[in-house]
Design a protein around this ligand. Structure first.
Ligand SMILES: C[S@@+](CC[C@H](N)C(=O)[O-])C[C@H]1O[C@@H](n2cnc3c(N)ncnc32)[C@H](O)[C@@H]1O
Length: 559
């Protein structure tokens, strides 16, 4: 591995996904530029070379947050050693509660925030997703502005950074159980006097009914009885009363089309039960409503007709097996010929219990940071702002040279059409996201989301972001793309007047926990993502070289 800092001397060109680099090695002190209130570049650099945990700068002391910490998250505020990036933990607790698309591991977020932003400094994540960066920043006592265009992402993040207590959730769940459980379970009643846990359907015909057997909870598989058929017919014509019609586009990659309705995705019975739950959630105390609705979004995929049957192999072992197992809603709106209808109450209960467990684990380590808006966070009067908007519209409102670290995982070209895939969640939350402002490449022609527009938007983001950074600020992009075209936005990064002076520090491969759900297994997908680090000051971040796989060159992603 080559050591020493490299800056992008002029344009970098990608050819066949291999970057033709025009990288000019610069001596460590080659670049000037003041560092607002943080001493000289040399001292800044020295601070980067300090052992982890001793990197509190003068500016940080001046800007020390008014975090009202009750207790800290002891295991999380401990600076992680660089090698944790090579062996990240599986998503646990609140991070595991919802299957937001494209989640990034917490370890690199934590490590880089700790390394590249002083305590009290300002972190911005303009493509926030499920909010991992925001929580990590808050735990590390940095101020943070998180932005996402997806209401689901923003509402999940707000809960993540300000979770309800287990007591509130417990009580809320008891209340929902008292009023809705019986009515819901009645819709799954069987001749055996037990509610069905699952039905197996094939091409619209019910093939099997599953129950659990008393104490042992082992599975009983039955042929559908007349009662089972009569019950399903009772709900067959159910029309959603409060859920809005979903908005889908013609996207064969995710099996969606504008004519797709909720009735295509759910049985009438499931829709009726989902709406029953929503009605009961409306009657809960304010503090409990949002987490319960979010629990419903987390469970809704498993309540749909998109849960496939795993046959011929064990679900976890992969070894051949006669036993049919329940798959999960994975990606897109594919409705398999053979699918499960899972008991809605069971799905909901499981999710809520998972949430209760996750917040109970946190309770002994509750952190109370002050929520605010963009101006109050910038002024140091609040700790965080989680904002639902187009980042290209909001970022310009940040004062120039005010941000210590932009750390973000932007949409990767045509990898994941977030809003299209989040539509079921946004329907549950009664949100109508602005599809037109999403930065993405979509196969849905009617959206007009093509690569050139994506590249232009990403270049605009880079240009604004670099203007907002302090003279010693950093930009970290988690990125990968399957096509050369999707890397193009990096080309002009160093060429415009506004972005002049950004130095490419290096990159490292992102490692995912083998135990975490990988939502995109295609070649060139998640497992080969990179963290790319850029700096306003030259020759910074030497200590990043401790990160396993760190390279001073640009990545050469595989097709
Ligand atoms: C790769 S995901 C982020 C995932 C995140 N790192 C996580 O761990 O969950 C990219 C995010 O960019 C958001 N996004 C797309 N266009 C946007 C825009 N114009 N402004 C703000 N956010 C946008 C998407 O909604 C999506 O949540």
């Amino acid at each position: 591995m080559e050591h020493g800092s490299l800056s992008w001397g002029g344009r970098a060109r990608f050819v066949g996904l291999v970057l033709e680099q025009n990288l000019t090695p610069r001596p460590p002190d080659a670049c000037g530029g003041g560092i607002r209130g943080r001493g000289s570049i040399a001292s800044r650099r020295r601070s980067l070379l300090l052992p982890l945990g001793r990197q509190i700068t003068n500016r940080a002391n001046a800007l020390r947050l008014k975090f009202s910490m009750q207790l800290t998250f002891p295991e999380l505020v401990t600076p992680p050693p660089a090698n944790t990036l090579a062996d990240p933990a599986a998503y646990r607790g609140l991070y595991a509660f919802h299957k937001y698309w494209g989640k990034k591991p917490a370890e690199p977020m934590r490590y880089l925030i700790q390394q590249l932003c002083p305590e009290g400094g300002l972190v911005v994540d303009p493509f926030l997703g499920s909010g991992i960066s925001a929580l990590e920043a808050i735990q590390l006592k940095r101020r943070v502005v998180g932005i996402d265009i997806n209401p689901t992402a923003v509402r999940l993040t707000r809960m993540l950074v300000s979770p309800p207590t287990a007591t509130v959730l417990d009580e809320a769940f008891r209340r929902v159980s008292a009023v809705a459980k019986e009515a819901i379970l009645e819709s799954y009643a069987t001749a055996q006097k037990k509610p069905a846990t699952h039905y197996v359907w094939r091409n619209g015909v019910m093939e099997k009914v599953w129950l659990t057997n008393g104490e042992s909870r082992s599975r009983v598989e039955l042929q559908p009885s007349e009662q089972d058929i009569a019950l399903v017919e009772r709900f067959a014509s159910y029309q959603p009363q409060r859920l809005r019609a979903p908005r889908f586009f013609t996207n064969s990659r995710i099996n969606s089309s504008p004519s797709l309705t909720l009735k295509d995705l759910f049985t009438g019975r499931a829709l009726r039960n989902i709406e029953l739950l929503l009605a009961e959630i409306d009657d809960l105390p304010d503090a409990a409503q949002e987490p319960m609705r979010l629990a419903l979004t987390a469970a809704v995929g498993q309540m749909s007709k998109m849960v496939f049957a795993i046959t011929g192999r064990g679900k976890t072992t992969g070894a051949s097996s006669e036993k049919m197992e329940v798959g999960s809603w994975v990606i897109g709106y594919w409705r398999p010929e053979q699918h499960f209808e899972v008991n809605v109450w069971n799905c909901f209960e499981r999710r809520v219990q998972k949430l209760i467990k996750a917040v109970a684990e946190l309770e002994s380590a509750q952190i109370t940071a002050k929520a605010g808006q963009l101006p109050t966070v910038c002024a140091g009067d609040a700790d965080y702002a989680i904002l639902n908007d187009d980042c290209l519209a909001l970022l310009p409102q940040l004062p120039n040279k005010s941000v210590d670290l932009v750390i973000t995982d932007p949409p990767h070209g045509d990898r994941i059409p977030y809003l299209e895939l989040s539509e079921m969640w946004n329907v549950i939350l009664d949100e109508e996201p602005p599809f037109e402002s999403e930065i993405v490449v979509s196969n849905a022609k009617e959206r007009g989301k093509k690569t050139p527009a994506y590249n232009e938007a990403m270049s605009r983001f880079l240009e604004i972001a670099s203007r907002k950074l302090t003279d010693s600020g950093f930009l970290v992009l988690f990125f990968n793309a399957r096509t050369e075209a999707s890397w193009k936005f990096l080309e002009g990064f160093n060429s415009s007047a506004d972005t002049a002076g950004m130095t490419y520090c290096g990159c490292f491969p992102l490692v995912y926990s083998a135990a975490s759900v990988v939502q995109d297994n295609r070649d060139g997908a998640l497992r080969t993502d990179y963290g790319l680090v850029f700096s306003r000051a030259a020759a910074a971040a030497h200590s990043l070289a401790d990160i396993p796989g760190w390279a001073f060159t640009l990545p050469t992603p595989k097709e």
